[in-house]
Design a protein around this ligand. Sequence first.
Ligand code: AMP
Length: 396
Amino acid sequence: MAKLIVSDLDVKDKKVLIRVDFNVPIKDGVIGDDNRIVAALPTIQYVIDNGGKAILLSHLGRIKTEEDKAKLSLRPVAERLSELLKKPVTFVPATRGQELEDAINNMNDGDVLVMENTRFEDLDGKKESKNDPELGKYWASLGDLFVNDAFGTAHRAHASNVGISSNMPQAAAGFLMEKEIKFLGDAVENPRHPFVAILGGAKVSDKIGVISNLINKADRIIVGGGMTYTFYAAKGLSIGKSLVETDKIDLAKQIMAEAGDKLVLPVDNVVATEFSNDAPHKVVEGNIPDGYMALDIGPKAVESFKKVLADAKTVVWNGPMGVFEMPNYAKGTLEIGKALGELTDATTIIGGGDSTAAANELGIAPKITHISTGGGASLEYLEGKELPGIAAITNK
Ligand code: AMP
């Protein structure tokens, strides 16, 4: 369903509330990676270039105690935004009240204002995260228009996305939201074939919804990472000390029966005696020996996965192939990332923090068609779920 986009709105002279995703890594007031701020720039720039007043709302981390507030203020983010936009940005250290209202009323066309972390409201009964009706209504009253550009929180119904949307006559998607919906939506609903999904990471339980939704849409589903060994157990292979979800073995059997040879498992693995980079390790095919745990896919698995990828036209990748944080078990993940970067005639999509980190480490990010800014949100999208933040945006 096509959504109303920020460029459909007449923003001139309007107070435009924009929900952005400025949930960046931050330590001692220093921003680690500003990708999410950069990703929000086109929408902000569009609003101010067209004579609107941009009032930005975002959450940052989780606020559980009064002390969290000092660590998770959006002030450094507003400063970084000012550098990126090359213009002053007003920061208001409040999420409601006179100071905020006065600052908004004093804005000129083309001005940018960032209000304090929306989750400061969580200290008082989780008002933001539980979508308190009064809070959404109040925030909506501060603006004339609402644009939601925070794909990263679209899988949650919070006051700052769904709450505001439901108190406005219309809610539009920002350009980042539009891009996320386009690429993930096309991959799931209208992929170019062969469509290959690569799923890794620790747990089957986290990816089960994605596998079930993609079984009938994808041509191949490559499985790697810790979740592999629950499938190994379901096949009757021995798994040694590898990660396993025993309560998911039956489900894994069902998936294998349904998917047939669509499901591609690694034929060999790097196994180690301990969960440690320095533990003795070796490559084994099939059964994992007693006393060993599988921590990465092996070289034959890499080759077979590359073969599956070679003629793919759409690839979605979520989750590492092994414990890629440890150099001795990073090879599988890095090789798959490299193979993805080398595909020239395929739409390639990466979701999830670990796969994105691998893509950045390899320097292949520019060769990837779309790197999603939402981990949880992209997974839920791939599961075929309706995301409340997106559902609340007006249909065209
Ligand atoms: P997820 O958050 O589900 O995407 O899982 C990512 C985590 O899975 C990473 O921290 C990896 O270290 C971990 N992981 C990947 N493969 C394995 C494995 N074979 N055994 C244990 N942990 C793994």
